[in-house]
Design a binder for this molecule. Structure first.
Ligand code: UDP
Length: 140
């Protein structure tokens, strides 16, 4: 297994409920290192472009509104097999289907307000990291 970096977002439903530390503990307990992190207010334009792949889906407009409804914490997580490992820790998109112990099972409010984003491939991780971070902001 290779050491990888993946991109993560702690979403507005989680920052609103002061869950940043509890979610970060899940990553760290699973062996992922937080090698970059910042709290930002995403603009409508940033959220639209980030979720462009879903532009034709019925939930797109609501998703953009949700992601801009409050602060988010954008992060780079590093570790063995980090992309797949983070998807395991996050759990299924719909918290109703998420396994026990996952972030979404424990914290998500709904299929939309599901507390975290995580890249779904190494290729997308690279694109998403570069969208939010300069190389100098990532310190492994
Ligand atoms: N989403 C939603 N309704 C849906 C499916 C997805 O609001 O029916 C939102 C949800 O916040 C999800 C995001 O859109 O995390 C991106 O969807 P994707 O299918 O890529 O899920 P993920 O990779 O985040 O598990």
């Amino acid at each position: 297994m290779a050491v990888e970096q993946t991109f993560s977002i702690i979403k507005p439903d989680a920052t609103r409920r002061n869950l940043t530390g509890k979610i970060n503990a899940k990553f760290e307990e699973a062996g992922l290192r937080i090698v970059a992190q910042k709290r930002i207010q995403m603009t409508k334009q940033q959220a639209e472009k980030f979720y462009e792949v879903h532009a034709a889906r019925p939930f797109y407009g609501d998703l953009v509104s949700f992601m801009t409804s409050g602060p988010v914490v954008v992060q780079v997580l590093e570790g063995e097999n980090a992309v797949a490992r983070n998807r395991e820790i996050m759990g299924a998109t719909n918290p109703a289907n998420a396994d026990a112990g996952t972030i979404r099972k424990e914290f998500a409010e709904s299929i939309e307000a599901n507390s975290v984003h995580g890249s779904d491939s190494l290729e997308n991780a690279k694109i998403e990291i570069a969208y939010f971070f300069a190389g100098t902001e990532i310190v492994g």
